[in-house]
Structure formats: C-alpha cells, structure tokens
Ligand binder design. Structure first.
Ligand SMILES: [Zn+2]
Length: 312
C-alpha cells in the first residue's frame, strides 16, 4: 500500500510541475483561454497532490483573477435585458403564461382592480418585480380605458399626491411606478414633479413607458437625482404574431450592439402571443444576455448608492 501511495504522489507531483510550467507558458504567450482552463482545473490537482503551501498558494492567489477574466470574456452574462409586462390586475389574457415564464420579468399591476392584489402577490412569489401601473390621462383615448384612480390634468396638486399614494398602497410589493397611457401627463412638469416626489419619498423609481416623444420625465428624474429609465421597444404595439416576433428580433439585434435594454409588452389582447414570443426568445438571446428585473437593471445602471439614496 505504501509503495502505491508514494508512486501516486510521485506521479501527481510530476503532473503538478507540468501544470505550473504550462500555466507560465500560457501566460507568456498571452493565451488567456489556455491559462484560464488550467487555473480552473488547478484546484483539483492541488488537492490531489497534497503538497506544500507553495503549490496551493499559487492556485489560491492567482486562480480567482484568472477565473474572473475567463468569466468576463467567455461565460458571464454581462448584458442586461429587462422585460416589463403592463396591464396586470384584471385577469387579462396571458396572465398565467407570463407569470409562469422561467426568466426574470417585471410585472406592472394596475391599482384598484379585481386581481390587483393577487397578481402582485403571485409576481412577487415568482421573484419578479412589481410596479404600480398608474393610469394617466392621454392626449387621445377614451376615459374608460384609464381605469380607477387615474391621474388627470384637471386635478389639484394635493389630489394628485393623494391618488399616487393610494395607488402605491393598493399594489403590494411595488418597487416602482410606470405609466398606463399618459401621453398628456408625462409632458406636464407640474404633475410629473409631484408624482416623482412621491416616488422618491417612498423609495420607488419611475419607468417612463414612452408614449409621447415630448415626455419630460427623463429630464425631471435627472434634476431630482433619480434614475432616468425608459423603454427602448414596445413588443406588441400591434397585436399580431409576425409583428411581435419581428419586434423581438429587433431586440435580439439591439443586444448584439448594446449592453442593456428595457422592453414593454402587455397582457390582454396580445397577451398569449407576447408570452410565446418571450418564451421562444430565451434560446435565441445568447449566453451573454441576462434577463433581469427592473430593480436589478436600475442598480446595474445607476449603482447601489443612487438607489439607496432614494430610499426613505
Ligand atoms: Zn397600460
């Protein structure tokens, strides 16, 4: 038994020296992948060899650096995609399909509706983010599309503040607010300033669902030291499958050129189609893209400090 053990040690020692030599050669040749491979495998050899601290020390001090490099270059998903799905709260079509999605999503729930509380709770239990999907007056559109508690331009400052606070209280687990419709309000500095002040007081961010190119939300957020977040794409502004698929293809192309993206889809008429397109995007997006919740996205874009600074 003793002879066998010595022979094994001798062989492992030989292997270990060979590994060290190869590591050095790989680094000198600037061959990161070869060096990374060796470092990633080094702990196995080190533990098998049972040798002195020099062997272990080499692995301990250098392996993490090289592993990080390897992950950044080849493995780690370093691009962030945040998908927000609007119009929850009324058991709309696609609700269960979206809530069953195996990637992180953000669920925007309208206040004061039949399934507001249930949808927010289910989304939270899935590890998704919840937003208050706040109805706001549009330039055009029917008032009945807005839903209860809508922010109208005819309201006084105190009425606006009260409606925003009540909406936040009505949607459990909310980490932010985005607008349902709202092309008129997102261009109104008086009203948006009140809404953003309430957001900041409550530690919430505001996502501008860009329904109006005249929006002043981004400018106001920057002035108030809040994260400036808006969407790059609407997935389902037309309800048919070819359009939704084509929008997702644009997102896939965008992610090849950019590090981040926020997109918005809907439950309701396009709900099940939108869900199926999101599900089939998962295999096409590329390993460098991570599906994140909006709060993860905000932290990544703005840093923990700014985010924490917003908290009460
Ligand atoms: Zn909406």
């Amino acid at each position: 038994m003793r002879t066998i053990r010595v022979n094994n040690f001798a062989r492992l020692n030989h292997d270990h020296l060979l590994i060290r030599l190869l590591k050095r050669l790989a680094y000198r040749a600037g061959c990161l992948s070869a060096a990374s491979f060796l470092f990633l495998n080094a702990p196995c050899y080190a533990s098998f060899s049972g040798q002195g601290s020099d062997a272990y020390g080499l692995v301990r001090t250098q392996a993490p650096v090289s592993t990080d490099r390897a992950k950044q270059s080849y493995e780690a998903p370093h691009k962030k995609l945040a998908i927000v799905i609007d119009d929850f709260g009324n058991d709309m079509e696609g609700t269960s399909e979206i809530l069953a999605m195996p990637v992180k999503l953000t669920i925007a729930v309208m206040p004061f509706l039949r399934t507001t509380e249930r949808d927010a709770r289910l989304a939270h239990e899935r590890g998704f983010d919840v937003l208050v999907h706040l109805p706001m007056e549009p330039n055009q559109g029917k008032p009945e599309w807005l839903g209860p508690g809508a922010i109208m331009s005819s309201l006084s400052d105190s009425e606006i503040r009260q409606r925003v606070e009540q909406a936040i209280d009505n949607v459990p687990y909310a980490v932010g607010i985005n607008n349902h419709m709202g092309s008129k309000i997102t261009a109104d500095p008086r009203i948006m300033s009140i809404i953003l002040d309430v957001c900041r007081e409550r530690g919430l961010f505001f996502l501008d669902s860009r329904t109006n190119y005249r929006t002043i939300v981004g400018k106001l957020c920057r002035e108030k030291g809040m994260p400036d977040i808006g969407n790059q794409f609407f997935l389902d502004d037309q309800y048919n499958l070819p359009h939704i698929s084509s929008q997702m293809n644009k997102v896939i192309a965008w992610m090849k050129e950019h590090d981040s993206c926020v997109i918005i889809g809907h439950v309701g008429v396009p709900g099940t189609k939108t869900a199926s397109v999101i599900r089939s995007s998962i295999g096409k997006m590329g390993p460098e893209v991570e599906y994140v919740t909006l709060s993860q996205f905000v932290r990544q874009q703005n840093g923990e400090e700014l985010f924490r600074g917003m908290l009460p």
